[in-house]
Design a protein around this ligand. Structure first.
Ligand SMILES: Cc1cc2nc3c(=O)[nH]c(=O)nc-3n(C[C@H](O)[C@H](O)[C@H](O)COP(=O)(O)O)c2cc1C
Length: 169
C-alpha cells in the first residue's frame, strides 16, 4: 500500500544510483571532469547517451564549448575521485591534476579516458534540452573502451552522501 509523502522523501528511496564522470576540454585547454548521477541511454542505433548538468556547473559552459565529452563509468575503487570531482568546481582548479586521477588519451575525440574506470565512452554532442535547473546533453557514442580487468565493478551513490560498491543479490 502506498502513502502520500513529499517528492524529496519518495525520491530518497531511489538509491543505490550509479556514479559516472563526464570529462570535456575547456577553452583554456584543460580537461574538466564532473561527477554525475543523472545519466541515461537514449538510443541503441546509433548509440546515444544523455547527461544532466546543473545550470550553475562550470561543466555547462565547457560542454557547450567542446561539443564533445567522455562519459566514464567510475569503478568502486574511485570513491575519492568521484567525491573530489563532485564537490569542487573546475572554474578555478585543474581537478584532474589536483586529484591525481589516472587518465589516458581518448582515441577519437580531444579528451581523456579514466584509466581505472569500468568503461569509457567517447561522445560527440548531438543536442541539448533545458529542463528546469538542469540541461540535458545528448551525445552520440563514437568509441567505447572497457577495463581489461573484468572483475572491476561500478561505484554507486548509496544515499546520505555515501559512495561505495554494491554486491548484487
Ligand atoms: C555522486 C555525485 C553525483 C552528482 N550528480 C550530478 C548530476 O547528475 N548533475 C549535476 O549537474 N551535478 C551533479 N553532481 C554535482 C557536481 O558533480 C558538482 O557540482 C561539481 O563540483 C561540478 O563541477 P564543475 O563546476 O567543474 O562542473 C554530483 C555530485 C556527486 C558527488
Amino acid at each position: 500500500m502506498q502513502v502520500a509523502t513529499t517528492y524529496e522523501n519518495a525520491m530518497a528511496r531511489k538509491y543505490p544510483e550509479q556514479v559516472s564522470l563526464a570529462i570535456a576540454k575547456d577553452a583554456r585547454g584543460k580537461h574538466n571532469p564532473i561527477s554525475l548521477g543523472w545519466v541515461m541511454n537514449t538510443s541503441i542505433e546509433p548509440p546515444m547517451l544523455a547527461i544532466s548538468i546543473g545550470l550553475t556547473r562550470y561543466s555547462l559552459e565547457v560542454l557547450r564549448h567542446a561539443r564533445e565529452f567522455v562519459l566514464s563509468f567510475v569503478s568502486s575503487t574511485m570513491a575519492e575521485d568521484a567525491l573530489f570531482h563532485g564537490t569542487r568546481s573546475g572554474r578555478e582548479l585543474d581537478k584532474l591534476a589536483q586529484c591525481g586521477t589516472k587518465t589516458q588519451p581518448a582515441t577519437v575525440i580531444d579528451s581523456v579516458l579514466l584509466a581505472d574506470a569500468v568503461a569509457n565512452f567517447e561522445c560527440k554532442l548531438e543536442s541539448e534540452l533545458v529542463t528546469g535547473d538542469h540541461v540535458i546533453f545528448v551525445g552520440r557514442v563514437v568509441a567505447a573502451h572497457m577495463n581489461e580487468d573484468p572483475s572491476v565493478r561500478r561505484l554507486y551513490s548509496l544515499g546520505n552522501d555515501q559512495l561505495g560498491g554494491v554486491v548484487p543479490g
